[in-house]
Design a protein around this ligand. Sequence first.
Ligand code: HH2
Length: 262
Amino acid sequence: MGVLNVTPDSFSDGGRWLASDAAVAHARQLVGEGAELVDVGGESTRPGADPVAEAEELRRVVPVLERLADAGLGPRISIDTTKPAVAAAAADAGATLVNDVTALRADPALAGLVVERGLSVCLMHMRGDPRTMQDDPRYDDVVSEVKGFLTERLAFAVAQGIPEEHVLLDPGIGFGKRDEHNLELLRRLHELSELGRPVVVGASRKAFLGRLAGGRGPEERLPGTIATCALALERGASVFRVHDVGPVRDALAVAAATVGPR
Ligand code: HH2
């Protein structure tokens, strides 16, 4: 899954793909490098980010969604949103997946839209909301708590009528977690595979990778991103949300061959 942020303020690429020409060219590049999905987002969820109004989010993403549909990339679209109206616009463009960082908590109506349009949904764990999530997050056992949360949200989705086969699960690396929590989740990722659904990992370019490597900026975190993806694959993850698709794709091909058939 390649990341296409159509935002002025995303932490690593804010403002770069705001013009729809640039966004579509970047989506083509991601697909050319091997992305099966392009995750289009019009609202930054970086720590401290303010919420974006529906009209503004639609203004950012709809022209890009329309252009992606015209370019034949509709079925590759994943929409990173919490809002039914934005997800509906993406479904109109052919999107197949809704990536909701609130796991259907921000607007329960999103579940109905997912059912109605036959979409898949990624349910992600987040402690608090982006504005406050990094204010002193604490867990007794982060993996058990995240697993319990994802179990409950999967049950909610199924109760709303979303087929279980349409649900993906994501521990939400960096969302209300200290470095030690991110590392523990990555270390014990296989425990989340026990839930029986594909596990999505989004560690790409995140700040903890920079800290672990001696203080690297967002554009210098590809080696760390590759390390986390390769290890996550070995621990059962099957979807990797990344900014740098080509290099990660190559690394995952080698990692998958090394792990061997399951
Ligand atoms: N991370 C970000 C955004 N959406 N979705 C899922 N499922 N998992 C993630 O880990 C995840 C996500 C944050 O990264 P990015 O989109 O690059 O930044 P921003 O939120 O600042 O736009």
